[in-house]
Write a protein that binds this ligand. Structure first.
Ligand code: PHE
Length: 449
């Protein structure tokens, strides 16, 4: 009856599109740099495989078993009198907040595509001035690019699963893979390539602290888009016949490989020009553009390719953040898809404007609360608190509340009895405890140092 469903490959590309985003290409390289490389990468990989993948599979099971929006899905799978689980719908708020600041960064990236063609900064200090100028002074450019980003995101979602989400991902994801692959092969010819590989894979305990483990766990959540019903919602548009375990493993692997490839490319460039790896969030917007300039014409090509890839990755993630709320409004509240999309988008757009202004010199004073401005609060509250809570809820729901036989029927044919048992242990014990510790740390209640 329902024709608006992903094909198998469409789902894999869309879920990978959601997972692969700023988290992989912007954040993973810089947190790897800050946390000393190899050991951090190893801990991140272990977390992704054991905790991240388990919750990812849990979300896919819930979505694909019901083919409903996230609130209805949880409600259907709850036994009698447990209807309060439907309040998992609060994850929509997580999505609304994430999208409001994520789209601002998409706007910066679009601006940097133009800069890469027209005027790359000639050295790091100029690059710093340019980036801070955009961030703190140039409200009109930011608003223009932010608005363009929003139009692309909302237009895609308004077109629905097949004609919007699947179609866009079918074009952007293969293009992203090709761009990254070409850049990867090019980076192999750079002098810094060997050093980059060593840095990423050779264990160096110097900068690695207990806190790095927590950063790795938090990042595993963000990068896999879990804990806010995104993967659950995409899986709701998936046919029952699909091997959900294989699909999940494919998506998680793609996400991980792309993060590592992006890291190798970026550090090859950084080491080739003799820079330091631990450059923090400015790595992509400050250090890289300056290095690209030094590389001459090939640098310009690299810069355009890099920011286009980053834009593709970020846009396919951003649309996935909007879909849970829109699907809910359409399926549960009977709204027309276009109205639902544009209604929610306008709300998020306005919220985002405040976050955007909170970075600017002119308005930062009135939009800073306590230690952080609104933009940083949005990032912090979602990544450190709301996504982990969403993750615990889904793990507990699937591990303790959902019918065990249904789970068994959905998963054992694809993963076998032994792995099913291991997965249950992960979902019931390991993931909730690990996430809980992560949250306590991020909110400062306990501090690992
Ligand atoms: N996974 C995306 C990234 O790595 C971000 C994201 C978070 C997307 C939550 C959807 C939901 O950038």
């Amino acid at each position: 009856m329902k024709t608006n469903r992903f094909s198998r490959i469409g789902f894999i590309l869309a879920a990978a599109g959601s997972a692969v985003g700023l988290g992989n290409i912007w954040k993973f390289p810089y947190i790897t740099g800050e946390n000393g490389g190899g050991v951090f990468v190893l801990v991140y990989l272990l977390t992704v495989v054991f905790i991240g993948m388990s919750i990812f599979i849990a979300e896919v099971v819930v979505g694909s078993s019901t083919n409903k929006d996230s609130v209805s899905a949880i409600e259907i799978l709850s036994p009698e009198k447990k209807k309060y689980w439907k309040y998992t719908g609060m994850t929509f708020i997580t999505g609304i907040i994430i999208l409001s600041f994520y789209s601002i960064v998409v706007g910066w990236i679009l601006n940097y595509i133009v800069l890469s063609i027209t005027a790359l900064p000639t050295n790091v200090s100029e690059a710093q001035t340019a980036f801070l100028g955009l961030l703190k002074e140039d409200i009109s450019s930011q608003v223009i690019y932010y608005s363009i980003a929003f139009l692309i995101i909302a237009y895609t979602i308004s077109k629905g699963v097949k004609k919007g989400i699947e179609k866009l991902n079918n074009i952007l994801m293969p293009s992203l893979l090709i761009i990254l692959l070409v850049m990867f092969f090019y980076s192999m010819s750079l002098d810094g390539f060997k050093q980059s590989i060593e840095f990423m894979f050779y264990p160096n305990f110097d900068k690695f602290e207990a806190n790095s483990i927590i950063i790795a766990v938090g990042h595993a959540f963000f990068t896999l888009s879990i804990g806010m019903a995104t993967i659950l919602t995409y899986s709701a548009s998936l046919g029952k016949e699909v091997n959900i375990v294989k699909a999940s493993i494919t998506v998680v692997s793609l996400d991980t490989i792309i993060a590592i490839v992006a890291g190798i490319i970026i550090f090859s460039v950084v080491f080739t020009s003799g820079q330091e790896p631990g450059k923090g969030p400015g790595l992509v917007f400050i250090t890289l553009p300056a290095i690209f300039y030094e590389m001459g014409a090939i640098g310009n090509v690299m810069a355009v390719a890099f920011f286009v890839a980053l834009a593709f990755a970020a846009i396919t993630s951003a649309i996935s953040v909007l879909e849970p709320t829109v699907m809910y409004l359409v399926e549960r509240r009977g709204m027309n898809r276009s109205n639902a999309t544009y209604g929610v988008s306008i709300l998020i757009y306005l919220l985002g404007l405040f976050a955007l202004l909170s970075n600017t010199n002119e308005y930062s004073a009135s939009l800073t609360f306590g230690t952080k401005n609104l933009f940083d609060w949005f990032d912090f509250i979602t990544a450190a608190i709301m996504m982990p809570i969403g993750g615990i809820i889904i793990a507990l729901f699937v591990g303790y509340i959902m019918d065990r036989e249904l789970l068994r029927n959905r998963l054992v044919p694809y993963m076998g009895e032994t792995f099913f048992k291991v997965w249950l242990i992960m979902i019931r014990y390991v993931a909730p405890v690990a996430i809980f510790i992560l949250m306590l740390n991020e909110t400062g209640i306990i501090k690992f140092k």
